[in-house]
Design a protein around this ligand. Structure first.
Ligand code: GRF
Length: 186
């Protein structure tokens, strides 16, 4: 399965997916890494694996439809079948959704529908929940909405954001890989 990973930041999920592919656990190829942040660390990670990248800046385009058309060109060029969002901090527009119907997935660091949007881990700690987790879901026009594919729970380490975050990220790396595996096998 030919996939593209979209990320705006560190790219630890990208790395976990690529490592699972290299270990032979996931039958896929990352054909392209797409980012809206030309200085995102994910670009360095992609280079280390010699995976092609496409970096754009939204401000250089007239509208979301315009930059999404450019992204689609890049994806078609690489024959990408699935889009995997991993810390991509933009809402996917109608242009991209229509080009990849039911072929875009996202990971979010909470048990949706609780705590959508930015800083889900901070939101969960602020609220004082004892259990939070990770969700993988199909992407629709909303923010962190769309049919849920898989979830896993973790206990919050009270008063320790860093430790909680570490647990969540480790769980993300496992859950994303195993969910993609099931998705691509069907
Ligand atoms: C992850 O927590 C993901 O769930 C969220 O953004 C974060 C990205 O982390 N949507 P990384 O860039 O993969 O390290």
């Amino acid at each position: 399965t030919k996939i593209a990973v979209f990320a705006s930041g560190s790219g630890s999920n990208f790395q976990a997916i690529q490592e699972a592919i290299l270990r032979g656990e996931l039958n896929a190829q990352i054909k392209l890494v797409v980012t809206d942040k030309p200085d995102a660390f994910v670009l360095e990670r992609a280079q280390n694996f010699q995976i092609p990248t496409f970096a754009f800046q939204a401000k250089n385009y007239e509208s979301k439809a315009h930059y999404e058309r450019e992204i689609i060109k890049q994806l078609r060029d690489k024959e990408v079948e699935w889009i995997v969002l991993a810390g991509y901090m933009r809402i996917i527009g109608q242009t991209l959704l229509a080009a990849f119907p039911k072929r875009i997935v996202n990971i979010h660091p909470s048990l949706l529908p609780s705590f959508p949007g930015k800083d889900a881990i901070g939101q969960a700690m602020e609220h004082g929940v004892k259990i939070t987790g990770v969700t993988v879901h199909f992407v629709d026009e909303g923010m962190d909405t769309g049919p849920i594919l898989s979830q896993a729970a973790v206990e919050v380490v009270e008063g320790d954001r860093e430790a909680t975050e570490k647990r969540i990220h480790e769980l993300e790396h496992e859950l994303y890989t195993s969910t993609l595996k099931k998705l691509f096998e069907n």
